[in-house]
Design a protein around this ligand. Structure first.
Ligand code: ASP
Length: 349
């Protein structure tokens, strides 16, 4: 009998404690969502680094470029502010930049030597370390969507050319006539690059910047997850199916929730050789450097000393933003709760 009474008492206490804890749970959930609303978020973007000088850009064009940068930033900021994921923020932000003819990504991409647009893109999820990338595609309207599909729907990391386009058909990614990407400004740029090549033997990256305009985005969401993505047409007058750093995980793009999310822009050959985005992560992970220090050292020292031009944008796991570059300018911007900035030239900051 005593055992029975004891059991009854135990069950009574147990059921009472369950209802209390259910009450607690609800309260915890409310606190949790409050905490989540207050949790930090941050987003950073770039639209390419290079010889971007005030005297080269009309006031009207600068205004138009700033408006697209603002629209892109605002698109991602809103997603993050409302509690959306960094993956979605990066994707939607990059789509705005890809759809603008001012940047060297998708619409407005540079031309290769044969007069075609070959597009590269990559995407990385800092939470899972999953990554997806595509190189040398010529009819994908938004390459960043295909990079994300490789990340989420394939067992691979990097697909190129026709194979990548076949995969796009299988997963239902929108294709366009390659003529969609053409802009007269990029076409003329190819002609100038070819003239220069005929006269001097230089293929690209001399004097006039034949590449700037790559786009990228890195974001931290309110759930503490980082993501980064990059999209580009590569370099004007490129040949032999050249692929740069933009679709190379670790060079053009990297994200790890333990450290930071980074997107690169610049002379891709250098970014690949110095594994720029990963080097920044590694300095933080193993050397315990701050994001700002790690990013500055890699761009302003490691890369610069070797003659590598360009920059990165990124955010770390706390929501700190870094945007170093060693060129005269870099289209860039960032947003955090209650804060939004867009810059073009070095002297802007
Ligand atoms: N990094 C790109 C490439 O080398 C170009 C750029 O970012 O300007 O393809």
């Amino acid at each position: 009998m005593k055992l029975y009474e004891g059991l009854c008492l135990f069950m009574l206490i147990f059921s009472l404690s369950c209802s209390v804890s259910t009450g607690d749970k609800n309260e915890t959930m409310i606190h949790h969502s409050d905490a989540q609303k207050a949790a930090p978020y941050a987003i950073a973007i770039h639209g390419g680094a290079g010889t971007i000088l005030k005297e080269h850009i009309t006031e009207e064009k600068e205004k138009a470029i700033r408006a697209v940068l603002d629209k892109a930033l605002e698109t991602g900021r809103k997603i993050l502010d409302e509690g959306g994921t960094s993956m979605d923020a990066v994707q939607q932000t990059i789509i705005v930049l890809e759809n603008s003819e001012y940047f060297n990504a998708a619409k407005g991409a540079v031309f290769n030597h044969e007069g075609k647009n070959e597009l590269d893109a990559s995407f990385m999820d800092g939470k899972t370390q999953n990554a997806g990338a595509i190189g040398g595609v010529s009819n994908i309207k938004n390459p960043i969507l295909l990079a994300r599909a490789v990340l989420e729907k394939s067992n691979h990391v990097l697909l190129t050319g026709k194979g990548a386009e076949t995969f796009a058909d299988e997963v239902g990614i929108e294709k366009v006539d390659p003529a969609y990407f053409r802009t007269e400004a990029r076409w003329e740029s190819l002609q100038r690059a070819k003239d220069k090549e005929a006269k001097t033997g230089f293929k690209f990256d001399q004097g006039e910047d034949f590449k700037y305009g790559t786009v990228g985005c890195a974001a931290l969401d309110r759930h503490g997850n980082l993501a980064a993505g990059t999209s580009t047409g590569g370099m004007t007058n490129k040949r032999y199916n050249r692929i740069g750093d933009s679709p190379i995980i670790g060079a053009g793009t990297y994200a790890d929730n333990a450290t930071c999310a980074v997107s690169s822009t610049g002379h891709g050959e250098y970014f690949m050789r110095y594994v720029v985005a990963y080097d920044i992560h590694a300095r933080m992970a193993y050397g315990k450097e701050s994001f700002q220090d790690a990013a500055n050292t890699v761009i302003m020292k490691t890369l610069k000393e070797k003659g590598g031009t360009g920059g990165i944008i990124g955010v770390d796991k706390y929501g700190n933003v870094a945007m170093p570059f060693n060129t005269p300018g870099m289209y860039r911007g960032y947003a955090k709760p209650g804060e939004k900035k867009i810059f073009i030239y070095a002297e802007d900051e």
